[in-house]
Structure formats: structure tokens, C-alpha cells
Write a protein that binds this ligand. Structure first.
Ligand SMILES: Cc1cc2nc3c(=O)[nH]c(=O)nc-3n(C[C@H](O)[C@H](O)[C@H](O)COP(=O)(O)OP(=O)(O)OC[C@H]3O[C@@H](n4cnc5c(N)ncnc54)[C@H](O)[C@@H]3O)c2cc1C
Ligand code: SF4
Ligand code: SF4
Length: 538
């Protein structure tokens, strides 16, 4: 292989000296460099996070023993660390370079929770009040993040939600044993503290027409999620004892679940199905099983949630689909299952096919159908464009097609995704609304990553030999209660885990165009950067 070609300037030695023990990888030096010389290598964890959270920065600060500063770095981009530290799908960990050393990513999400459990959020500065009014429909992660961002910019924000609590699906669907209400409510309370006007228990469309919001506000964000449970559309689905996944989880949260009987069967392979099965276990069902078309590896549910369910004795019946509801009198009594031959067609689309000759019958006192969610957009009344059952908006600006002051974010736009993706979508929508309201271009610079590098070698030679920390979980009879399943991280565990991080990526002078003007050195908040000035220029 030929050696990489360096330009003459690149071949010169770097006079930008960065102390790796002080740097927090904030990127300010690169942003202020007048000669566009400095670059920051973005660690893989940071690239993979839809919010581009500075994971390297806060993990390194935990390793250095500075939890306060670590929280400051984390909270810069994420006002809800306790929520995300518990339920995030953590794409950062999938990308973490540490996996190439011993197959085990740094526990980036658990370290977030460690900070959230132990360090208070730093104060938030709000810009001077502005006159423009923004209405946000939906207080889930997307709407809440947008409300937070826009309020910080000084706009007058009113957030409407049909629920009595903010949090969206986190309040109405995600079970208490994964995300305690006290954590959700505490972190969401930042909205009211910043001055977001909350109009809870107001369903737009039913209690207040969307037209009123459009008339009375300078911009409107639609972030209404995906709250309709998909139906199997098989006869028997309306029998007593058959429930939809979201309705069941909502009832469990409100303490209004009907009697389940001994045997509960959940249909579906996603997070809703697994959460419903674990909820049924906690509500006292003697035998709970999950029936899904997919193999264990193909199940869309997070692998760690499936493991939790298996630990609780929940049975998995992979590769089966329902053929018929069985009934005694007018109540469900079981299911006739048929073997699933394949889930996807040759183009990767969901199109299950069955081996109709291979059938089995199972008993059930209760059946929960949790096969997916879709958006309920009936409240729009034609006021915003819809495509394929979702809001239709420009993918870069999230501005609804054909409308100027209406924007979309979260699951209602993308279909069911994850908390961190909804947060990122809410942040992007807020940025578009800000630009729209102050008269800036909605698109300018949006696809430029910034002075960052994404391709670079990572030095794995200094990796400490230490296995990934194992989260402590409650066990025994407590697994029959709604007590939080995963326990917090202890200080010693956090330091040791953070010490596994390879600290991929650094700030460096790339083009050797330095004119010794020094804004990088002056602006570095950590006093981590020094510009080496040739002797004759001093
Ligand atoms: C059971 C379950 C478990 C999940 N677990 C996880 C997990 O562990 N990790 C993860 O990352 N993701 C998880 N998800 C996915 C995650 O919850 C969603 O992707 C995320 O909440 C979407 O955020 P959102 O803001 O777009 O919408 P939502 O969170 O759905 O919020 C939308 C809000 O809009 C309100 N609304 C809707 N229509 C109206 C109206 N007409 N008027 C007023 N208000 C309205 C709703 O009441 C709701 O509060 C889970 C989803 C489910 C269903
Ligand atoms: S080793 Fe550290 S910096 Fe590198 S990807 Fe993992 S958490 Fe991020
Ligand atoms: S050298 Fe300073 S300004 Fe540059 S990334 Fe590091 S901490 Fe930030």
C-alpha cells in the first residue's frame, strides 16, 4: 500500500499543542480559528448519537474525577439526562471503539444515568424575551426538546398535550419499572421552570381546533407521536380478554387494568410487546409468553429488554403468528398459531408468509396485541400534509410541505422510532422555527458538519484490561413489583467504567496555516491548548 500523500503544509510539525488530560473535546478552538486550521476528530460514539452528545467529553471527565464538569458537558446538549440515561437505545455504544478491543462498548448510557443520579443540572440561561409566539402540539421527547430550545432563545412557547403529564409515550407507555414517574416528572419540570406555558389535558382537534393555534401563533410545531395501536384485523380481536398493547400499558400505569387471569399471551416482537409482557408478570399473571413472527435475533425489541423478560420467566415463542382467536362463550380462551416461514419479502419489506400446515394451539386468559403503532392525525382536519400515515415535511428543515409556519417532529413525522431520535428531531425543528422567526435562511449551513473529522485511526494500545461493568438489577420478589429494575451506578464503578474509554479523537492543527493569532488559545475554556510560536516571532 502506498503511504498517504501529505500536502507540504500538512507535513510540517503541528504547533497546536493540546493537553489531552485537560481537553473536553468541545470544539471551540476549531470554531474560532480564523485560518480554518484546527479540526476536532469526532469520536465514533459522538458521531452515532442523533443528538451528537459529547460522550467522549463527559466520559473522560468522569474518568478524571470531575463529575460537575462532566454534567456541564452532558447538559449542554441534553436537558433530560436521567430519562435518556435509563431508556436510550444507545446507538453510541453500538459504534464505540472499545468494542474492537474486547467486544464490549463503554457503558455510555449508564454513565449518563450516574451523572443524572448524582449531580444536579447546571442553571440554564434564557435569552432576552422575544415577542413571537410558538405553539407546540405534543409534549413527548420531540415536543419537550423543541419547547426547551425555543424557550432558551426567548420565544413565548405554549405546549399542548392531551395527557395530564408531559413526557408523551414516556408518561403513557413506558412502564414505571424502566422509567420511574419521579424521574420523568422531575426532568420535565424544567419546561415550566423556564417559562413554557403548559396546557395539559387539552386535545387539539377535540378541545381546541388546530385552526385556532395557526391563527394565534407565529409558528406551530406538530409533535403528536404515534399513539394508535395497529390491529391484526382478525375476527375475535374484539372478544373480552383481548387488549391492545398501548391501551394495556396505559391502564397499568393508571391502575385500571382488568383482571388478567393465569395465562397471558402477548403478540408482537417490539418494545411494546416486551414491556406489556413484563407488566403482565408484575400484575400477577402466572404464565406469560410472547408470540412473534421474528427469530430472537430479528426481534425489533431492544436485546437487553428481551433478556430482562427471559430472566423473569417470560416464554418466547419465536417464528409463530396468530391464525385465529379461540373463544369460550364470548371471552378469549386461546390462540391458534401458524408457523411463520419468512417475515420480509425479497426487498426487505414486512410481508410475512406462513407454513399453514404447521399449526399449534395455546391457551390464554388474556391476549395483548402489540404489533406496532401508527400516528393519529385526525386532529389535522386537512390543515397539514400527510403521506403514508405520517406528517409530510422537508427532511432537512422539517417544515411541512406547502406551509410556511408549520413544522413537524418526532414519531408523527418519522413513524415509531426512539427517544433519542425524537429528541434530535425536536431540536432540529426548533432550529428551523428559530430561523423562520428571526428571518434567517432555513437551509443555510444545515448540512455542514462543522470543523470536525469523522475518519481517523484510534489508538487502542493503551486500553486498560477491564470487563464492562454489569448493571445491578433488582431480583426475586421485587421483579413482581413496579420498582425500578436497573439500579444506579456507584462512584467506583463509574470511574472504573469511564477508565475503559479510549478517548478517541482529539483537537489538532490540520493545515499548518497558523498565523499565531491566538483566539484558539484564548477561547479554550479548559486552558488545554497552547500555540507554539517560533522563537523569532515572539
Ligand atoms: C411501550 C413503548 C416503550 C418504548 N420504550 C422505549 C425505550 O425504552 N427507549 C426508546 O428510546 N424508545 C422507546 N419507545 C419509543 C419512544 O417512546 C418514542 O419514539 C418517543 O416517545 C417518540 O416521541 P414523540 O415526542 O415523537 O412522541 P410521543 O412521545 O408519542 O408524544 C406525543 C404526545 O403528543 C400528544 N398528542 C397526540 N395527539 C395530540 C393532540 N391531538 N392534541 C394534544 N396532544 C396530542 C400525546 O398525548 C403525547 O403526549 C417506546 C415506545 C413504546 C410505545
Ligand atoms: S472508547 Fe470512549 S471516546 Fe471512543 S467511542 Fe467509546 S466512549 Fe466514545
Ligand atoms: S483544546 Fe480547548 S477549545 Fe479545543 S476542543 Fe479542547 S477544550 Fe475545547
Amino acid at each position: 500500500m502506498n503511504p498517504p500523500t501529505l500536502s507540504y503544509l500538512q507535513a510540517l510539525s503541528d504547533n497546536i499543542i493540546v493537553d489531552a488530560q485537560k481537553c473536553t473535546f468541545c470544539g471551540i478552538c476549531a470554531e474560532v480559528c480564523i485560518l480554518d486550521n484546527i479540526r476536532v476528530q469526532l469520536a465514533p460514539c459522538r458521531q452515532a448519537c442523533p443528538l451528537h452528545t459529547n460522550c467522549q467529553g463527559y466520559v473522560q471527565l468522569i474518568a478524571r474525577g470531575d463529575d460537575q464538569k462532566a454534567m456541564k458537558v452532558l447538559a449542554e446538549g441534553l436537558p433530560f439526562p436521567g430519562i435518556v440515561g435509563r431508556v436510550c437505545s444507545h446507538p453510541c455504544e453500538d459504534a464505540c471503539s472499545r468494542r474492537e478491543v474486547d467486544g464490549q462498548a463503554v457503558a455510555i448510557r449508564d454513565l449518563k444515568r450516574y451523572l443524572a443520579d448524582n449531580v444536579g443540572l447546571p442553571p440554564v440561561a434564557i435569552a432576552a424575551e422575544r415577542p413571537e409566539k410558538v405553539a407546540i402540539v405534543g409534549g413527548g421527547p420531540a415536543g419537550a426538546m423543541a419547547a426547551y430550545q425555543l424557550r432558551k432563545e426567548g420565544f413565548r412557547v405554549t405546549l399542548y398535550d392531551a395527557n395530564q403529564r408531559t413526557g408523551g409515550m414516556l408518561a403513557s407507555g413506558v412502564p414505571e419499572f424502566r422509567l420511574p414517574a419521579r424521574v420523568l416528572d422531575e426532568e420535565m419540570s424544567i419546561l415550566a421552570r423556564l417559562g413554557v406555558a403548559l396546557r395539559l389535558g387539552v386535545r387539539i382537534g377535540a378541545d381546541l381546533p388546530l385552526a385556532d393555534l395557526l391563527e394565534q401563533n407565529d409558528a406551530v410545531l406538530l409533535a403528536t407521536g404515534a399513539h394508535l395501536s395497529k390491529r391484526l384485523s382478525m375476527s375475535g380481536e374484539d372478544l373480552a380478554g383481548v387488549h391492545d398493547g398501548l391501551g394495556f400499558l396505559r391502564a397499568a400505569k393508571n391502575g385500571t387494568t382488568p383482571a388478567l387471569g393465569r395465562t397471558v399471551v402477548v403478540i408482537g416482537g417490539g418494545n411494546t410487546a416486551v414491556d406489556a409482557a413484563q407488566t403482565a408478570h408484575r400484575l400477577g399473571a402466572a404464565q406469560v409468553s410472547i408470540v412473534c413472527l421474528e427469530s430472537r435475533q430479528q426481534m425489533p425489541a431492544f436485546a437487553w429488554e428481551v433478556e430482562d423478560a427471559l430472566e423473569e420467566g417470560i416464554a418466547l415463542r419465536n417464528g409463530w403468528g396468530p391464525a385465529q382467536f379461540l373463544q369460550k362463550a364470548s371471552r378469549v380462551s386461546g390462540l391458534l398459531l401458524r408457523r411463520c416461514a419468512s417475515v420480509l419479502d425479497k426487498d426487505g419489506r414486512f410481508a410475512p408468509s406462513y407454513d399453514e400446515a404447521d399449526r399449534e394451539q395455546i391457551e390464554a386468559d388474556t391476549v395483548i396485541v402489540a404489533i406496532g403503532q401508527e400516528a393519529d392525525l385526525s386532529y389535522l382536519g386537512g390543515a397539514a400534509p400527510v403521506s403514508g400515515g405520517r406528517l409530510a415535511a422537508d427532511p432537512l428543515t422539517l417544515q411541512c410541505y406547502g406551509l410556511t409556519k408549520v413544522f413537524a417532529a418526532g414519531d408523527a413525522l418519522t413513524g415509531p422510532k426512539t427517544v433519542v431520535e425524537a429528541l434530535a428531531s425536536g431540536k432540529e425543528a426548533a432550529e428551523s422555527i428559530r430561523r423562520y422567526l428571526v428571518g434567517d435562511s432555513l437551509t443555510y449551513g444545515r448540512s455542514y458538519l462543522g470543523p470536525y473529522e469523522t475518519e481517523f485511526p484510534v489508538d487502542k494500545s493503551k486500553a486498560v484490561a477491564r470487563p464492562r461493568m454489569q448493571p445491578r438489577k433488582v431480583g426475586g420478589a421485587t421483579r413482581r413489583t413496579f420498582a425500578e429494575l436497573q439500579q444506579g451506578v456507584l462512584e467506583g464503578e463509574a470511574r472504573a467504567e469511564a477508565g475503559r474509554c479510549l478517548s478517541c479523537g482529539e483537537a489538532f492543527g490540520k493545515f499548518r496555516t497558523c498565523w499565531y493569532c491566538l483566539p484558539c488559545e484564548i477561547e479554550c475554556p479548559e486552558d488545554a491548548l497552547r500555540v507554539e510560536i517560533p522563537y523569532l516571532l515572539r
